[in-house]
Design a protein around this ligand. Structure first.
Ligand SMILES: [Zn+2]
Length: 400
């Protein structure tokens, strides 16, 4: 099957995941529909093991043609799409991109000046939306590339290596690593195919913490409040001001970490705030957490014990320390890029990947891109030339 037709087929399935999780199953029933279809397609390649687990994760294992002498590797792609934008009734359109602005539909224009990396796709085939939905290239470009690679692989088997493939669910809501049947993962390392520019390899993610701040005020009639009222609104503001003002998402990039206030509810009597704390450097991230704890402590010294409670929990960690313990996982990728003459660079992800969880579950898992750009929004597009090249990179990686 042509990889673009395959991609169009996959995005015709609505697989939007949901922030409202369900115990013991995927967050939405619709993800199982594509899982069934993927299972059917994989079956044609005659895998040695094939199953869908209760979370809708499809797992296939292909034993090698010859002797099983090379380390087993697991590929991961996710079938769900982000709940951040409409993910059904998608109308993918293929264009030959010659540069400039793209009119997605009447009155909806993707401006080249807003998306400077569009320049890289001049001369390529692009798959775009009509500007009213996301495209679903995150991660159906990855699903298409892996399936295309398996289809073209002679005998659908590697020569000397067992290959595992996992089509996961609920990645967009941070659950997919937990949905994988880890007891059945026998690979030495994994690779996620879930990214943007194919030329950017990810072996680093943020270290991530979640911080909840609870503030108990003391409310009293404002007319008689002097010296007595503790206004939780004001204490919340004071706490926020105590954090470095310019260490926020809107002022940071590259390796600069941040505090991000996601939401707050506040009244005189009680306030609560939810933050995320992010940095690529674990020690620095820990120090940022300490600084926030200290702000809570200082406010308690000012307003009385127990007014401010700061609770910080670790969400995920930078996978680099685990990936570095398995250099062959990265070498396999870079060797393939080199022999195909594709330029590449290592770009630290300003977020987490499935690999940041898997790596700490014992499976070092770097990430490669697949040509999907502007994910999670109406201006998402897939550089189909890069997506097709991703399949070739996989073939090169596993040619031994
Ligand atoms: Zn993704």
């Amino acid at each position: 099957m042509d990889i673009i037709d395959r991609f169009k087929k996959y995005v015709s399935f609505d697989t939007t995941s949901s922030e409202t999780l369900r115990p013991g199953k995927a967050s939405t029933d619709r993800q199982y529909v594509l899982a069934k279809e993927i299972e059917k397609e994989l079956k044609e390649f005659k895998p040695d093991e094939l199953e869908i687990n209760k979370y809708g994760v499809v797992r296939a294992v292909f034993k090698p043609k010859g002797e099983d002498t090379l380390p087993r590797v697991a590929l991961f792609v996710h079938m769900d799409t982000s709940p951040a934008a409409k993910g059904f009734d998608i109308k993918p359109k293929v264009i030959d991109y010659k540069g400039g602005d793209i009119e997605l539909s009447k009155g909806i224009v993707m401006k080249a000046s807003d998306y400077p990396y569009l320049k890289k796709s001049i001369g390529h085939k692009l798959i775009i939306t009509d500007g009213t939905t996301l495209l679903g290239g995150d991660d159906k470009a990855g699903c298409s590339a892996v399936m295309d690679f398996l289809e073209k692989l002679p005998g659908h088997r590697l020569n000397h290596r067992t290959l595992e493939v996992h089509f996961t669910t609920d990645e967009e809501v941070g659950e997919d690593a937990k949905h994988v049947s880890m007891d059945k993962v026998k690979a030495k390392f994994g690779i996620t195919v879930d990214g943007e520019d194919l030329e950017e390899i990810n072996i680093e993610t943020f270290n991530a913490f979640a911080m909840h701040v609870d503030i108990q005020g003391f409310n009293i009639h404002p007319g008689t409040a002097k010296g007595r009222m503790i206004n939780a609104n004001e204490v919340a503001e004071e706490f926020d001001m105590a954090l470095p003002r310019f260490q926020r998402p809107e002022f940071t990039e590259g390796r600069e970490g941040f505090y991000h206030l996601c939401n707050m509810t506040a009244a005189e009597e009680h306030a609560s705030m939810d933050y995320i704390i992010r940095d690529h450097d674990y020690q620095k991230a820990k120090w940022m957490c300490e600084l926030a704890q200290h702000a809570g402590k200082a406010l308690n010294e000012k307003y009385g014990k127990g007014r401010v409670t700061v609770t910080i929990t670790e969400t995920y960690r930078n996978m680099i320390e685990k990936v570095n313990e398995c250099p062959e996982s990265v070498k396999m990728i870079t060797d393939a890029f080199k022999s195909l003459n594709i330029p590449y660079s290592f770009v630290p992800v300003r977020g987490g990947t499935t690999g940041s969880q898997l790596s700490f579950m014992g499976l070092p898992t770097p990430n490669i891109g697949d040509g999907d750009f502007n994910p999670h929004g109406r201006f998402e597009y897939v550089d189909a030339t890069q997506m097709a090249l991703t399949s070739k990179v996989l073939a090169k990686m596993f040619e031994d």
